[in-house]
Design a protein around this ligand. Structure first.
Ligand code: HEC
Ligand code: HEC
Length: 190
């Protein structure tokens, strides 16, 4: 993507934000998130997802799924229960506009093994862990323990998506660790 396209995209994201909230204004509900995700979306624990710079439509979909209970996590089901549709829109826009970081907190000795088994992931998550679809998550640079938990969650059914269910069917816990260690150190390329 060239610099011009990036600028156009950035400004359209800002404009979309303007429709909901004055520029830079914090969503009221943000106060309930910062103890775990910070204002900038950097999780205070490795098991908490990093949210800053994540795709906006994906974030909104996950908050709806936590609220309805379709995606199961005791903490997040509780957090999302009180959110209105407008809160969800504002929070997704806020975190999507923050900077994405590369957590790089996996096991370095597993990176190569993970890379060797990531071929199948590229089709949907992109060559650099950054999918084209706004509804699909960026996984490059995400926290390794969080990534590993999600793969396990798709396998044990606490989380469901028709596409990911097929992906994890044949993944062993070791393979999940390897993939998480690989993706956490990939630098996102937009
Ligand atoms: C007490 C800690 C805590 C608080 C407060 C909290 N979260 Fe979370 N959040 C978590 C944990 C833990 C996870 C990982 C859940 C899992 O493993 O499925 C998570 C995951 C998420 C995800 C999923 C990210 C992804 O990549 O799929 C989103 C989105 C999210 N939180 C948004 C929020 C928002 C918005 C708020 C405020 C309304 C909030 N959280 C408040 C702990 C918290
Ligand atoms: C056929 C398309 C497809 C393939 C192939 C695929 N994914 Fe996914 N992946 C998705 C979609 C769609 C989601 C969003 C699921 C949701 O909304 O809950 C997702 C979500 C995830 C998540 C959750 C991220 C988060 O922030 O919570 C992880 C981790 C993940 N994929 C890893 C992988 C890995 C590793 C591979 C390769 C072994 C892979 N995926 C292959 C489509 C795919």
């Amino acid at each position: 993507m060239n610099v011009f396209t990036k600028l156009v995209l950035k400004s359209s994201i800002l404009c979309a934000g303007l429709l909901a909230l004055p520029l830079g204004a914090e969503p009221a509900a943000l106060q309930t998130c910062i103890s775990c995700h910070g204002k900038d979306g950097v999780g205070i624990s490795a098991e908490y997802a990093n949210l800053g710079g994540q795709h906006e439509a994906y974030l909104a979909l996950q908050l709806h799924a936590f609220r309805s209970g379709e995606r199961k996590n005791a903490v997040m089901n509780g957090m999302a229960a009180a959110l209105s549709d407008a809160d969800i829109e504002e929070l997704a826009a806020w975190y999507a506009a923050q900077e994405w970081i590369t957590a790089d907190n996996g096991d370095a000795s597993r990176v190569e093994l993970g890379q060797n088994s990531a071929g199948y992931c590229h089709a949907c998550h992109g060559m650099q862990g950054h999918p084209v679809a706004n509804e699909w998550p960026v996984i490059a640079g995400q926290s390794a323990p969080y990534l590993e938990n999600q793969l396990a969650g798709f396998k044990n059914g606490s989380r469901y998506h028709p596409l990911m269910v097929n992906v994890v069917k044949n993944l062993s816990p070791e393979a999940m660790k390897n993939l998480a260690s690989y993706y956490t150190q990939v630098t996102r390329a937009d």
